[in-house]
Ligand binder design. Structure first.
Ligand code: ATP
Ligand code: MG
Length: 201
């Protein structure tokens, strides 16, 4: 019998903390693109966040592990947090391609991230090497994507309409500082981890 090509989605992010917007995006992408698995890859040292204070990588990794527990298709990779130096998506995509040479690989993002893709390292190569799934996100307009992008690049980007969740890690961190609720914006296990380790205070 012919072996079915494995289809993998990679979901990169700072995940500081991981929330239901990330999980919903991954789930919708998995359904729509028939993904066998979605691998969450928390970033080690994201180049666009060097100025910002980000939570210890081990905490972000463990929160991802807690968040994905109930979903058999979801996994978490330590690839970027174990890598020395800055985290570049191009390196991650290439490493996954060499780990799974037989698989088809999609990189999953929200529309804010894909709109910034030309500020990433080697964007042309990146768009040649991977297919992108760009999920709609409240506040960011995917139709701007066509501007300034060649058709050949646009072919590598697949828009994905998902139910909008206006949740962001930045907002969750601010809510915690201000003592406002975060319940139902992220998995309860993650909320408990944040409380137990007194994060974002
Ligand atoms: P921060 O506010 O710290 O930037 P964030 O909520 O944007 O956090 P990231 O870790 O930066 O989360 O995002 C990881 C990926 O998930 C990005 O591709 C981003 O576009 C996507 N994403 C995050 N939140 C949502 C959401 N609510 N809907 C759709 N996509 C999202
Ligand atoms: Mg973000």
């Amino acid at each position: 019998m012919e072996k079915k090509e494995k289809i993998i989605g990679i979901m990169g992010g700072t995940f500081d903390p991981i929330h239901n917007g990330h999980l919903l995006t991954a789930e919708c992408a998995a359904y729509q693109y028939n993904l066998d698995e979605v691998i969450f890859v928390p970033s080690g040292n994201p180049p666009h966040k060097v100025e910002k204070r980000i939570t210890d990588a081990e905490d972000r990794y463990l929160m991802c592990m807690l968040a994905i527990m109930s979903n058999p298709k979801f996994r978490v990779s330590r690839m970027e947090i174990d890598r020395v130096g800055l985290s570049y998506t191009i390196d991650t995509v290439r490493e996954f391609k060499s780990l799974y040479p037989e698989a088809k690989i999609y990189f999953i993002t929200g529309s804010d991230a894909i709109l910034e893709i030309f500020t990433w390292k080697d964007p042309e190569e990146l768009l040649q090497e991977a297919e992108f799934i760009a999920a709609t996100r409240p506040g960011y307009c995917l139709s701007e994507l066509g501007q300034g992008i060649y058709d050949s690049h646009l072919n590598s980007i697949h828009p994905l309409e998902i139910p909008g969740l206006a949740i962001s890690s930045t907002d969750i961190r601010e809510r915690i500082i201000q003592g406002r609720p975060i319940k139902y914006q992220l998995p309860e296990t993650v909320e408990m981890y944040i409380k137990k380790h007194n994060l974002y205070k």
